[in-house]
Write a protein that binds this ligand. Sequence first.
Ligand SMILES: Nc1ncnc2c1ncn2[C@@H]1O[C@H](COP(=O)(O)OP(=O)(O)O)[C@@H](O)[C@H]1O
Ligand SMILES: [Mg+2]
Length: 80
Amino acid sequence: MGSMAVKSEEKPVPVYRVLSAKEGVSVPFGAERRIYSSMVGRDSELNRLELQVMKAIDGAGSVVNMIGEAGIGKSRLWLN
Ligand SMILES: Nc1ncnc2c1ncn2[C@@H]1O[C@H](COP(=O)(O)OP(=O)(O)O)[C@@H](O)[C@H]1O
Ligand SMILES: [Mg+2]
């Protein structure tokens, strides 16, 4: 449906019409806030995060500080 400007992106992002709900998705009781779709466009950020987790597992200290505007996807990381 063309593209539109969004707060977090420099360039306009493509916009799509939702055609149907995803089939075969069952949400266990108590897991309503879990997200069943994949994260979009965050591969490099997720890789950086994974690297810090690996360092922590390896015994090296690791601190991650996540800062961003509302709606940028901070809470979503914990629900993945
Ligand atoms: N990269 C992304 N891919 C898919 N969905 C995203 C992404 N970033 C944010 N969202 C969605 O946008 C909404 C707002 O994200 P949220 O994690 O609540 O933001 P924040 O905690 O930073 O305010 C949620 O529905 C989340 O699933
Ligand atoms: Mg949040």
